[in-house]
Design a protein around this ligand. Structure first.
Ligand SMILES: [Zn+2]
Length: 325
């Protein structure tokens, strides 16, 4: 019998019928950046269409974001309230805590996830506390990370997202949340976070470049796949509810390998550099907007359940177009 695969490509409805991978807004997380102050909504120069928001202005836009189909937010902060050890991140009335409370009051259905790391709050911009001999002081670092996570939980966050890559931090955070009756607060762990050059525009957005050295002491080497699987496995054993691979497009093999190996939902972060490249190419007409759809579809097809992307605001429109609506 002659095989004719093109029979299933003859019309839009037949193609939709046999589509193996689908993108849906329900599985999209949109990252937002909050800053100190009031009445601020400033576009981030390297990330067109993305803003630095003061909490009041972010709240003004919450309904709009919801109407774009965005039902989950990942909150990042850029704050002047820094300290030597990062403990300023655990203040009950801190910037992220205010954002969490505000969003949950205004839109209780919105899932609020907040980034937990020390780099936002430490004067030197590193994700950990160093000992005098410049080795990582793991115990002190985990203690502050847990305090920050706990303060987010008190503010009403749905999930905390530790992005520091320190050994044992998922277990430490889980333990302190549980001890304070926050068993319901989830952990979305940045499990395989690579020391990537694709984070460039985010650093501008978060003003988070470290004052000295780099993050290769704790973020992963882009050359390694098996190590990623080990990190993911460890985070699951420590209590991660969702594991993350970051970045996404240059790491589809990692997402795929992880999806073959674990049953925990996998989130993939299409990071600022990936966004900026596509944004620029689409805006200058080098690529059609369909490239955005294709990039996200590929991330899903590789095995990610959830995608964190800066394209979230325009994605519903893109999906409607793709479906021929
Ligand atoms: Zn960090």
């Amino acid at each position: 019998m002659v095989k004719r695969p093109t029979r299933l490509r003859r019309s839009q409805t037949i193609r939709q019928l046999v589509k193996e991978t689908r993108l849906h807004m329900d599985q999209i997380i949109y990252p937002v950046f909050v800053v100190d102050g009031k009445n601020i909504k400033e576009e981030i120069p390297s990330m067109k269409g993305q803003y630095h928001y003061s909490v009041d202005r972010l709240l003004e836009d919450i309904d709009t974001l919801w109407n774009f189909g965005i039902h989950s937010l990942l909150v990042f902060a850029t704050t002047e309230h820094k300290s030597v050890n990062g403990k300023s991140g655990a203040q009950a009335n801190g910037l992220v805590q205010k954002a969490i409370r505000g969003i949950k009051e205004k839109k209780p259905q919105m899932t609020v996830i907040a980034d937990v790391c020390l780099c936002t709050y430490k004067e030197d911009g590193h994700c950990c506390i160093f000992r005098e001999d410049m080795e990582i002081d793991r115990i002190k670092t985990l203690d502050v990370l847990s305090q920050i996570a706990l303060s987010y939980a008190e503010a009403g966050v749905d999930m905390v997202a530790p992005s520091d890559m320190m050994d044992g931090r998922v277990a430490a955070i889980r333990e302190s949340l549980d001890a304070q009756k926050y068993e319901h607060v989830g952990i979305l762990a940045y499990s395989a976070k690579y020391a990537s050059a694709f984070y460039g525009p985010f650093r501008e957005a978060a003003h988070s470049a470290p004052a000295f050295g780099d993050r290769k002491m704790y973020q992963m080497d882009p050359a390694n796949q098996r190590e990623a699987l080990k990190e993911i496995q460890l985070d699951i054993e420590e209590g991660a509810d969702i594991v993350m691979v970051k970045p996404a497009m240059a790491y589809l093999d990692i997402i795929h390998a992880a999806s073959e190996q674990v049953e925990t939902p996998i989130a993939a972060y299409q990071v600022s550099g990936e966004f900026a490249m596509l944004r620029q190419a689409v805006d200058t007409g080098i690529l059609d907007q369909r490239a955005v759809y294709e990039s996200l579809l590929a991330i899903r097809r590789s095995g990610a359940t959830i995608i964190i992307t800066y394209f979230a605001k325009e994605l519903q429109g893109i999906l409607d177009k793709e479906a021929g609506l």
